[in-house]
Design a protein around this ligand. Structure first.
Ligand code: AMP
Length: 429
């Protein structure tokens, strides 16, 4: 099987790593990939968000299967183009990807099918309308830009001044681009957050192992929100009774709702949940895998990933094939100095070979590139040091041992992955 993986971050490196272990895989391309993926696959200079360029590349190399990592090509309709040509692809089409691409579309879907979620106060396409609506909400209020905003489109506003400021920045100053043209106001939910990620072929679905990520930049959930500073996976995260409740009250009504609305959904579906005192409620849908959750999830794969993804793309998912390693996994993200704010790139990364020698560790690359013979930083999140173990503490110990061998100027990472529960008051990815 020849496979094209679209994207160039840690999530996509994890996909390439596990797809490369599948028995039938003879070739993997990555568009655009990174320095780590370049050691395991052929990276090609094609923009991951550009549908035309990706179609032209696939036309040339004719992959047997394409796996789409990020949301942008999905929301831009890449899968529609592939399906029109009868090419096998993992990911939802443009209409189904609206579950992530439009918060208002997702909210209306949830309401239509009586799926538990935060109450929507209203949707507005003018700043004036949104300001006016603030006099009739409970505080804090959650303000969500409707479209894709690279994780910056959600704000939990504690008071009217903060809400007004966010609406002004999004709708009047256009700071988030087109994604902020409409906003939605909704009730703020309280509880612990949990992500539930599944793979579906449109009819059948299979949950992946549970994970939790850490969004804040610094230990003890301090500092600004990031794309994710680490993640871990262990069965303890999701007791069987809670999993059953989530499947019954959220996942099954979602699958049935999609079918009833004539929106066939194929690919990964990420359901962001708040475990409230009234039960689990949906915060958001993402139409793809999370990053860095994927790194922790795929480290526990004990099945042929390429075969299972090809089954899903072909409408023949066999959930029973998806066997997982017991124990736990952890991913520690090493970030550039200054991230998630301004940071420099081009810093030489040392110690990668030493880190790779720690047993049960895989160093997954995100923002890295080759500069001659050197591997240098090229993004905010640079590496995801990922390990498995019989227990969460064993996995963490190995991940941190390997982390200790890696160095680059300005490198920072959290030392409490797998320990602190996440408390965030603003956007995630
Ligand atoms: P979303 O992209 O919709 O998941 O929002 C990103 C983050 O904002 C979530 O992970 C939550 O931490 C927070 N959030 C979103 N919606 C709500 C809500 N209704 N109540 C409280 N927090 C929320």
């Amino acid at each position: 099987m020849k496979i094209l993986v679209i994207g160039g971050g840690g999530r996509e490196h994890a996909l390439v790593w596990k797809l490369g272990q599948s028995a039938g895989v003879e070739k993997i391309w990555c568009a655009p990939g990174n320095a780590g993926m370049a050691q395991e696959a052929e990276c090609v200079v094609v923009d991951a968000g550009g549908v035309t360029g990706l179609v032209a590349f696939a036309e040339k190399v004719k992959p047997d299967l394409t796996v789409v990592g990020p949301e942008l090509p999905l929301v831009n309709g890449l899968v529609d183009e592939f399906l029109a040509r009868k090419w096998a692809v993992v990911g939802p089409d443009k209409k189904a990807a609206q579950l992530e691409g439009s918060k208002i579309f997702a909210k209306e879907f949830l309401q239509r099918h009586n799926i538990p979620t935060a109450e929507m106060y209203g949707a507005h396409d003018s700043a004036g309308g949104a300001y006016g609506a603030l006099c009739a909400v409970d505080w804090p209020v959650v303000i969500k830009a409707d479209g894709l905003c690279a994780g910056k489109g959600v704000f939990v506003a504690p008071n009217p001044d903060a809400a007004t400021d966010f609406i002004e920045r999004v709708m009047e100053k256009n700071e988030l681009g087109d994604g902020g043209k409409r906003v939605m106001l909704e009730e703020a939910l309280e509880g612990e957050e949990l992500s539930f990620i599944l793979l579906t072929d449109g009819e059948r679905y299979a949950p992946l192992v549970p994970t939790r990520d850490h969004k804040r930049a610094f230990d003890n959930n301090q500092g600004p929100n990031t794309g994710g500073m680490g993640a871990y996976s262990s069965a303890q995260l999701l007791p069987a009774d809670l999993r059953d409740m989530i499947e019954k009250t959220i996942v099954e009504p979602t699958m049935n709702g999609l079918a009833a609305d004539g929106i066939p959904y194929q690919g990964f579906l990420y359901v962001g949940l708040m475990l409230t005192k009234d039960g689990p409620k949906v915060l958001e849908f993402n139409c793809r895998l999370g990053d860095p959750e994927t790194q922790a999830i795929l480290a526990r794969v004990d099945f042929d990933l390429a075969e299972v993804l090809a089954d899903a793309a072909g409408g023949k998912l066999k959930p029973e094939k998806m066997k997982w390693k017991g124990g736990a996994s952890a991913c520690v993200v090493l970030a550039s100095g200054g991230y998630p704010g301004k940071f420099d790139t081009g810093k030489e990364i040392l110690g990668l070979a030493d880190a790779a020698r720690v047993p049960d560790v895989k160093v997954l690359h995100a923002g890295t590139r080759l500069a001659g013979d050197l591997i240098v930083t090229s993004g905010g999140r640079v590496l995801g040091v990922t390990a498995t173990g019989d227990t969460l503490s064993a996995a963490l110990e190995k991940a941190y041992e390997a982390t200790g061998k890696i160095q680059f100027d300005g490198m920072h990472y959290r030392r409490d992955i797998g320990k602190a529960h996440q408390q965030s008051s603003a956007a995630g990815d």
